[in-house]
Design a protein around this ligand. Sequence first.
Ligand code: SF4
Ligand code: SF4
Ligand code: FES
Length: 288
Amino acid sequence: MTATNTHHQASTPQHPEKVNVRVLRQDGPGQPTYWERHQVEYEENMNVISVLQRIAAQAATVEGNKVTPVAWDCGCLEEVCGSCTMVVNGKVRQSCTALVDRLLEDNSAEIELRPMTKFPVIRDLIVDRTRLFQGLERVKAWVPVDGYSDMGPGPRQSRKQQEQSYPLSQCMSCGCCLDACPQYQKIELHRRPGETEEQFEDRKREAYGSQFMGAAPISQAVLFNSHPTGNSLAEERVEALIAPGGVQACGNAQNCVAVCPKEIPLTTSIGRAGRAATVHSLKKMFDS
Ligand code: SF4
Ligand code: SF4
Ligand code: FES
């Protein structure tokens, strides 16, 4: 196979015959990274996942060298689960909805794929987003229920409230907002010799626990605090927001809102969280 990227001369002159793909690979946590070039046949309506499927099936570089299949993650294939998130041509986004035709319009020479930048790489394009889920735990991003028996209909929410909450409820925990945030710094720890899996998990939990949680958990705290049942944990959520790594760590760069695929009004949520945090801190001051 050769690395040429010839343009189709006959029936579909606007499309190349081949799609060149450059993938940033990493064989495991903490391993060195390296670029690898692949080439797949162009087909109509491809997305980055279908390109990756062909790359995995070929298991050979554009130079013809046999390689292990590139690893990536995906689930729903319709921008709902967030698991396929990666950096495509420099932009953090879901690869299942990254259409090849659109990408080639911007750069016909190649498509560049790399893992998200703020999360530890597990392998190739798969990252460990534990810290994001821990952030959701920090703010108790759930509605508490007492049991599984039928408790009848929940409290009603006004239309205005529903309209405010619905956009926030669309968060799929993809992590784009964290990856793009200048205040969200990558934390990557490695298991020490002799350390058990449990000790390593505890050490990670501690390291993540006081660092900036990022926009998604802040926005989820706002969502659940505005829920008529969820707000029974409102105080605990606000405590988490005023703790180190909470809403004060936001530098208001607004990158998060620019990259959120669900167009969640994150800066509005951050503003609401900030006001709730201020009111709570003042109340605590006067109560003490
Ligand atoms: S507004 Fe805050 S959370 Fe959003 S990107 Fe900026 S610093 Fe990060
Ligand atoms: S707020 Fe948007 S960018 Fe952030 S995790 Fe949720 S869906 Fe993804
Ligand atoms: S596979 Fe679920 S968002 Fe892409």
